[in-house]
Design a protein around this ligand. Structure first.
Ligand code: SAH
Length: 423
């Protein structure tokens, strides 16, 4: 997890199973019931019709889930009791269980969530002053202003960004990253990705509610929030490589975007990739409107491949043309993320090469002083050196930000909280 407050802003695993049957999510784990959060109006309506129910009931179920954030079928009062019972027996309605939270002084909250098989994933909530982050007052492409954490209190001007994970662990092996240290376990299903967001939003709503309604850790027995929280932005930048879990990612992004679900404007969602070229090209063709961030971290192959093994498969001469295709198809600036690591990628030569790449791609550069990860040797450069790197970009008219890394105090770099919990 790095600097992700700045960038604002995404199916196919439709579990085609007979109600009540089991399905495989990961490599060896079998869930008893599929999460309801992977359903769409078409898929749920088809199941309802198959059991003799009316198709319109699907819309009522989604209304309870996404508009009212009521997750217990028993509480879905406008549904027949027999349908409530069927729903409860057929689908898993529990969003992921929050097990632990770290709060940092810089208003970064990191949540560890437990999935049904006991796997732990990390989700980060970042709250920032709205004025500092936006010139558009927070309105999306359609001119709507989502009800961020501020909507709960009615007057807050804070902007809520949620950072989501897509895998348990990661197989990409980036040298600076905590997520990959214990290897890759499994992909999250589409329903688990959506459930992760809903779980984080429930916690945010409880935190913003009067103290007596708070039950941050267990969530058990607490009343549903009076005003459901919507995030201003979602960044898919937590544990895992989203494009290595492409179909489930897209299914989740469509739920975020769909008017029958969360209705978040696609430009509020950013997906971050280490550079899986074929998927970047697929994503460009999807025309979801979702933003893209590319983790670059090295401006030449010689430096990048020391940090990111993926560069051996997809070196810059393949990655950069794919980024150009995405920008062209999408018509929007992409973001290049660049972690500054002392003595490794922070030279003037790298800054100049990065300026050349950013100019070619018309990309925004996000410079992130490296978060130290216990067990890894990397350190962030002295601040004067980071500032000089930033100045080189600015002098070449590159749109860039150099920010104090958020969440350093709570081990918010990708994968750190989970490692600590396991220790
Ligand atoms: N696999 C995806 C998403 C996970 S990493 C990708 O590679 O983009 C996403 C971001 O987390 C990285 O680009 C970086 O910005 C941040 N990050 C990970 N480890 C970090 C560390 N040790 N210090 C600072 N930022 C880190």
């Amino acid at each position: 997890m790095g600097e992700w407050g700045q960038i604002g802003p995404l199916h196919a695993l439709f579990l085609d199973l007979a109600p009540g049957s089991s399905f495989k999510v990961g490599m060896s784990f079998v869930l008893e019931k599929p999460p309801v959060f992977a359903e769409t109006p078409d898929s749920l309506a088809a199941r309802l019709v198959a059991i003799g129910e009316k198709a319109f009931r699907a819309g009522q179920v989604f209304d309870w889930l996404y508009k009212k954030r009521v997750f217990a079928p028993a509480d879905m009062k406008n549904l027949p009791v027999s349908l409530r019972t069927w729903l409860a027996g057929t689908f898993d309605f529990e969003p992921n269980q929050p097990v632990r939270e770290s709060i940092s002084g810089d208003e970064t909250r990191k949540h560890l969530q437990r999935l049904r098989d006991g796997s732990l994933v990390e989700t980060v909530l970042l709250s920032a002053p709205r004025e500092a982050e936006s010139e558009d007052g927070g309105a999306d492409a359609e001119g709507r202003v989502p009800s961020g954490a501020g909507a709960v209190t009615g007057h807050s001007r804070r902007r809520l960004t949620v950072c989501l994970s897509t895998q348990v662990g990661c197989a990409m092996g980036c040298r600076f990253c905590a997520s990959g240290l214990e290897g890759f376990s499994r992909n999250l299903s589409a329903g688990e990705i959506v459930g992760q967001l809903l779980s984080a939003l429930s916690v945010a709503a409880r935190e913003a509610a009067p103290k007596t309604a708070r039950d941050v850790v267990s969530g058990a027995g607490s009343p549903p929030p009076a005003v459901p929280v919507l995030p201003d932005n979602i960044v898919v930048m937590g544990m895992g490589e989203p494009f290595a879990n492409y179909d489930n990612l897209l299914a989740a992004l469509r739920v975020f975007n769909a008017p029958w679900a969360l209705g978040l404007g696609a430009r509020r969602v950013t997906v971050s990739t280490c550079g899986l070229v074929p998927r970047i090209l697929d994503f460009a063709r999807e025309s979801l409107g979702t933003r893209l961030a590319v983790s670059l971290h090295g401006a030449t192959n010689a430096v990048r491949e020391q940090i990111m093994p993926i560069n051996k498969t997809w070196p810059l001469e393949k990655l950069l043309p794919a980024c150009e295709v995405f920008s062209r198809e999408h018509g929007r600036m992409l973001t290049l993320e660049y972690i500054l690591i002392d003595g490794l990628n922070d030279s003037s030569g790298q800054a100049l090469a990065l300026a050349g790449i950013a100019a070619r791609l018309h990309a925004h550069v996000n410079l992130i002083p490296c978060n130290p990860v216990p067990g890894l040797p990397w350190r962030r450069p002295p601040s004067a050196r980071s500032a000089r790197f930033f100045d080189i970009l600015c002098h070449r008219n590159i749109s860039a930000t150099l920010r104090r890394e958020k969440g350093a105090g709570i081990d918010a770099a990708c994968g750190q909280l989970r490692r600590q919990h396991a220790a």
